[in-house]
Design a protein around this ligand. Sequence first.
Ligand SMILES: [Fe+2]
Ligand SMILES: [Fe+2]
Length: 190
Amino acid sequence: MSESPTQQLADEHEYVKLVVGAMDDEVASIERTGRVHTERVAQMIDFTRNFTDGDHHAKEEDLLFPLLEERSAAAGGTVSVLLSEHEAARGCIRAIAAALPDAESSEEARGVIAENLKLYAFLLPLHIGKEDTVLFPLADQVLDENDQRLLAAEFARVEAQEGSAASRERYHAMAHALAMPPTDRETNRG
Ligand SMILES: [Fe+2]
Ligand SMILES: [Fe+2]
């Protein structure tokens, strides 16, 4: 049998964490050099919008969370905290995307980018930790085999909608590439 829906989400967290690590490194680099790797940050935005939000968070928000709330009265509080964290994370990415076109010319824009990358990279590991250690074990406890099977089928449907397997592969590769240190060539003048 293929892996459970919660295991699938936990596996996706590993890719998200690679990009979060790259964000931390980018913050350190901006603080050290006063310059932004605009291409890399654009890829971080692409990854976060299309993989983390468009695929992973969509499966959590549209499928796992509502089902879990139906099956467990205890899940509601945790789910509402997790949803507000998704929203806060989206806010960081919106701010970064809005500032990125001015990264080369404006110190203020570079500050906004660094600040929001830092906040995102602070928020996400805590969020992922809650899901991995609290929510997913709860889900595995309260969702029966039939729930798990239906959820897995719905996950496959979302993945087909949000992008082909090839595009998921592309985002996996992008996460690994971002986890590598940037070359000097990628550094833009600030
Ligand atoms: Fe989440
Ligand atoms: Fe998650």
